[in-house]
Structure formats: C-alpha cells, structure tokens
Ligand binder design. Sequence first.
Ligand code: PGA
Length: 266
Amino acid sequence: MHSGIRRWPPITRRWMQITLSGSVFMNMVIKKHAQEIDMLASQMIAEYVNKNPNRILVFPTGNTPLGLYKNLAGRVACHEVSFQNTYLVELDEYMGIAENDPRNLFKWLQRAFLDQVDFQDMRMYRFQADAADIEAETNRMDRVINDLGGIGLLVLGLGPNGHLGFNEPGSPFDAPTRAITLTPASIQSSAGYWGSSQTVPSMGLTLGMQALSLAQQTLLMVSGQHKAEILRQVINGEISPEIPATLLRTMQNVTILADADAASLL
Ligand code: PGA
C-alpha cells in the first residue's frame, strides 16, 4: 500500500509524510519525548480553532492526552485560543453509567480538561449513557454531528487493540454511532483508570467509524513503548476493521504524533 515516504518540510519540523495511495497522505511526526507531542498537538489545535472557530471538536479520554489538556488550558488562560464558539461532541462513553457516576467519561473529560477551558455548556453534546432507548440516543448523536456540519477536528488516542473511541476490532468502516460490547483488552486497559477490571462497564457507546472518517482534520496521539506494536500494525499492517485505526490510512488530513518509544518499531 505504501508507495513512498518523504520528509516534509525538511528544516523547520521533523515531519514525515507517508504516501498511502494516490492523493492520500498521512503526516507523521516523531518526537523524543511525549511532552513535545503534547506541545505540538496543542499548537496544532490552537491553530485549527483560530482558523475554524465554529466547528465540532472531538477529544479523547485516557492517559495519553493529559499533558495536551494542561497545555491547552495554559493557552486559553493566555488568550492564545478560545473554545467559546466551537462545539464539543463526546467521543465515547460507558453504557448505563449515570451522569454523576465517577466513571462517567464526560465527567472525566470535565475534570481533566473542560473545567479548565472555556467551552459553552450549550455547545457541548454528550451521550446520555443511561437513556432508556439507547438506539434513539446514539442516532441523536449522529444527527447532532450532521446538523453541525460534521466533525471539524478529531483528536484521538490509540487503543491497545487499535480501537478508535470504542470502535473495537471488527467495527465496519461505515459503522454508525452505536452501543458496543467492550473487548477484554479494552476492559483491561481501562481497569487502570478505575482500580480493577470488575468496575469497568462491559458495554460502551461510541461515535461511529463513519462519522469519524469524515473529520476535516485528525490528530492521533501515541506515546509509550506499550503502543509500539499496535502503532506498527496501524501503519504497516493490512487496512482492515480488525485494526480499526487503519481507517486513518483511508482519510484525508491525518497527522500521527508519536513519541520515540511508540515509534520504536517503525
Ligand atoms: P490511553 O488510552 O491514552 O490511556 O493509552 C487510549 C485508548 O484506549 O484509546
């Protein structure tokens, strides 16, 4: 599938541009330390929002973006960027979890990020994870995205099994926003957030692959040695729903930001 890799631009930033097919390119930036990835991602997000103040932004939960969120909060405090006119749509949520449950992922994002920046409440859209009619709820989120012009900027972490949001292996590339059973690998990796795997809900709600695939711009952040093998498969393996993140290789305007440990097998 790869027809070429070239460095671009050669002097100012150490970027690699991977030619995937025809006009599809994936930008890849490898930095020695995860903090450099945080800084660069924050700069790219601020640039995007300053140019596109009215678009939908999607942010992940997890350990990877914590440094990014601190960095963005600093930029908001210094008036370098504002999220007042942007929309936020929640990427994924545990199913059946009430709004005030400490495991609620929107609450997690509030603690880690939203409480430190200036999104307007009325412009934030979250899953109601304990809705009686889950299908109606996930359809509503797809409608919100459509009505607001699609995802503008999509920021993602990389699951240990290559999931995007909670689109687990086997998720078709045109899957809608929906409920999904979490894999043992995802439950295991989430166990670290909540103390034990027993406390991790067995099902999630996730924006669908279809909505993600239409994002105007995408940043995938990957750090740590434990992500090296899955990142290698995402970039060099077969494009397949078995590794959902290979969807990125079919999309326009994707940048992978990786630290040296995560990129060590490339
Ligand atoms: P992590 O999670 O950032 O905590 O590694 C990423 C993910 O599972 O999507």
